[in-house]
Design a binder for this molecule. Structure first.
Ligand SMILES: Nc1ncnc2c1ncn2[C@@H]1O[C@H](COP(=O)(O)OP(=O)(O)OP(=O)(O)O)[C@@H](O)[C@H]1O
Ligand SMILES: [Mg+2]
Length: 702
């Protein structure tokens, strides 16, 4: 089912879904610019093929970049403040640290030899330009390729305009049959009407049609779809009428963007009224969406929910919607320019607010379902699912935070997704939003209490134990005021977590004990009871009460097993490894640490992976696998930098880490240690995990 997410070195290029036509010169030109310049911006009107050309180029040059080609799509992002975050997230960067985003982004890119593609910058030019500048200054081997309807206005930027495709007649020596526009039309026509062939009979009207459409790929694709119902001549005739009306009596050529609008408008008119309405409504989604979401969000008395499936199919057939399927199911996406058109239409219909509200309701309810299901047997499924909906969740959050009277819903949505922020490596994003939502909701309430304990947990995950303690204390005070006993207990748990990080073991033990004892009906197994038990066992191990620690952890693992809960079990396995190191059961400890790592690979759990690698390094030192230990120590040093405060700033973890380093260095000798450490420092988290797991493709132990 799920593939491990994040930390892949090869990049994250989306696949190309349809055939690519022509553009040989443009691609060669772009390659040359890219070899000469560190920033190339591809410009051009909507629908001309900027994104597609860049994607083709990216696939072609992929092997030139040892650290991958990465693709960040900003098309549906509205908030300039989230540009950095969206790019970091596309790179799969650990999002734990509480430092400035650009700092850790630059640090992550560091010496990496990679290409970053930022698609669709025009609505956020300023923010993109600032970030690109910062990144290029900090990362000497980085190259950036942007697409935008306008340039980023940076002095060293190479701007490469994307012209429309060649149209018949541009090159008088060229055969009509090999012309790019004609070929694109023929390729898409073949997709609509399988027996379509280009021949002497239809080549002249096809060529004329492509000329009329100015060689704009999107316009050509939309026209080709009409072949299901009309002949080429009919399409041409209808378009010609339309264009002459638009251009006035003179019949002069239209500006290109007007040609495209006319082509889109024409497609729009040829849709059934219900399809048109759905097209407009679907513009509320960010990126792609699933059918269920469309059914819920877009249906009402005028568009019954049982009709939505057929209407979506109709829009796919008309090339308005793209369809994508992967292991997690089928998803749909409106092509950018068409989403904009739909949005304008939705605005004219006066339904923007209504759709945004439905969209928020859907994601709110999905988030609540995911929270309920989180501690059950389908945890990985829910992680993958909510990860796919990340862009939509962001849009829903933005809507709730911007709309008067809805900011409390933002609190609920955010708090439900606590596991995304804490367990799946998105602490920074969670914190950003939680702080905004809490500020927008200053009045004491149950919703606020939940958001406060979530915030505390998130801050602990970032190693900000003082902040975590403060948030949990506020939660506790407010929870008493509103009589929310559940939140009081969770506040106590979060205070305990923060105290553990601060190394105040007595306080941690008392608070975690309270959280466990008062969780009488096991109502909050996760993140209340089970993580509290794991954390208490860490306190006990540190205090030398190893038997008690182990038996607590065994119980916890048993509960996890019964419930199919994986994430806490990986946490418990990690803690058990620590307990077993203390009792000298090194082989068992290694098994536990590896089991923890194996599970964490399914989630984007940066923090948990780092902690498990810390333990693996200690085990390797104890079992004389010194080269492996030194490699892991190198990888840890490098990867903590972008993930957060090293060893979460916890004194006991730092002490263990330093002792492990000293030991390893002393026993290996300075030179050998340095070599292995530096080798390890080049590993990303996946590779370091492979070393710890002794995967066959991990570097050999020499
Ligand atoms: N050379 C090509 N071969 C095949 N299809 C193409 C080509 N160029 C563009 N297309 C198709 O045309 C449509 C519009 O292209 P694309 O989305 O790249 O335009 P864009 O310039 O990025 O538009 P926007 O400004 O809206 O982002 C897409 O469906 C794309 O796949
Ligand atoms: Mg584009």
């Amino acid at each position: 089912m799920a593939t491990p997410t994040g930390w892949r070195r090869e990049g994250n290029l989306p696949a190309e879904l349809t055939s690519f036509i022509g553009r040989t010169r443009l691609l060669a030109n772009l390659k040359r610019h890219l070899s000469e310049s560190r920033l190339v911006t591809v410009t051009g009107i909507g629908g001309v093929g900027k994104s597609r050309t860049v994607l083709r180029l990216a696939h072609q040059v992929r092997s030139h970049y040892p650290d991958g080609v990465w693709f960040a799509d900003l098309a549906r992002l509205q908030d300039a403040g989230m540009v950095k975050h969206t790019i970091a997230s596309a790179l799969g960067i650990a999002d734990q640290s509480s430092r400035a985003e650009s700092e850790s982004l630059s640090e992550w890119v560091g010496e990496r030899d990679m290409l970053l593609i930022i698609d669709t910058c025009e609505h956020l030019v300023q923010g993109c330009a600032e970030l690109v500048h910062e990144l290029l200054e900090a990362a000497p081997n980085l190259k950036v390729l942007a697409t935008s309807r306008q340039s980023l206005h940076l002095p060293y930027e190479h701007v490469v305009p994307v012209p429309p495709l060649q149209v018949p007649g541009d090159d008088p020596a060229e055969s009509l049959f090999t012309n790019e526009s004609v070929q694109l039309f023929a390729a898409r026509a073949g997709g609509s009407v399988p027996d379509f062939v280009l021949d002497e009979d239809n080549i002249a009207p096809v060529a004329e049609l492509c000329r009329r459409l100015d060689g704009i790929p999107l316009a050509i694709e939309l026209a080709a779809v009409r072949l299901r119902a009309l002949s080429v001549e009919q399409i041409l005739g209808l378009l010609a009428d339309r264009f002459s009306l638009l251009a006035g009596a003179s019949r002069t050529a239209l500006p290109r963007h007007q040609t495209l609008r006319a082509a889109i408008g024409w497609s729009h008119e040829l849709c059934e009224p219900a399809e048109r309405l759905l097209w407009a409504r679907l513009s509320v989604f960010a990126g792609d969406f699933e059918l269920d979401a469309a059914r819920f969000v877009c249906s009402d008395g005028r568009l019954p929910s049982e009709d939505i499936t057929d209407l979506v199919t109709g829009l796919v057939e008309k090339s308005i919607l793209l369809i994508r399927s992967n292991h997690a199911g089928v998803r749909y996406k409106l092509i950018d320019t068409l989403a904009e058109y739909g949005e304008e239409w939705l605005d004219k219909l006066g339904q923007k607010e209504q759709m945004a509200q439905r969209h928020l309701e859907y994601y709110l309810s999905l988030a609540q379902r995911s929270e309920d299901a989180w501690s059950g047997p389908r945890q990985i499924y829910w992680f993958v699912r909510m990860r796919q909906e990340h862009d939509n969740v962001r849009v829903a959050l933005e809507h709730a935070l911007r709309s008067p009277g809805k900011s409390a819903l933002a609190l609920t949505l955010l708090s439900s997704l606590w596991f995304m922020w804490v367990c799946c490596g998105f602490a920074r994003e969670g914190r950003l939003y939680l702080e905004r939502a809490l500020e927008a909701n200053p009045t004491v309430s149950k919703e606020r209490c939940k958001a406060l304990w979530v915030l505390s947990y998130v801050k602990s995950a970032q190693g900000d134990s003082a902040g975590a303690l403060a948030a949990a204390e506020t939660c506790s005070t407010e929870a008493v005021r509103v009589g929310d006993s559940r939140a009081v207990i969770l506040a106590s748990k979060m205070q305990g977590t923060a105290a553990l990080l601060q190394g105040d073991l007595q306080k941690a033990s008392a608070l975690l004990g309270v959280a466990i004892e008062f969780n009488t009906e096991n109502r909050e197994l996760n993140p209340g009871l089970l993580p509290a038990i794991v954390e208490l066992s860490i306190v006990l191990t540190t205090q030398g009460e190893l038997y008690e620690a182990e038996s607590l952890l065994q119980d916890c693992l048993q509960v996890c097993k019964e419930r199919g809960e994986l994430w806490v079990s990986s946490y418990a396995q990690w803690a058990l490894a620590g307990t077993r190191i203390a009792t000298g059961r090194i082989t068992d400890a290694l098994q536990n640490a590896r089991e923890a790592l194996r599970i964490k690979r399914h989630f984007h759990d940066t923090l948990g992976t780092l902690m498990a690698l810390e333990t693996a390094a200690r085990i390797f030192v104890l079992s004389d696998k010194l080269t492996l230990a030194a490699q892991l120590l190198g990888a840890l040093q490098q990867n903590w930098k972008t993930a957060g405060l090293p060893q979460l700033g916890a004194p006991w973890m730092t002490e263990e880490h330093n002792a492990c380093m000293r030991d390893c260095r002393r026993r290996m000798g300075e030179l050998a240690y340095k070599d292995a450490f530096e080798e390890g420092a080049r590993l990303d988290l996946d590779e370091a995990s492979a070393v710890a797991l002794d995967d066959p493709d991990a570097p050999d132990e020499s």
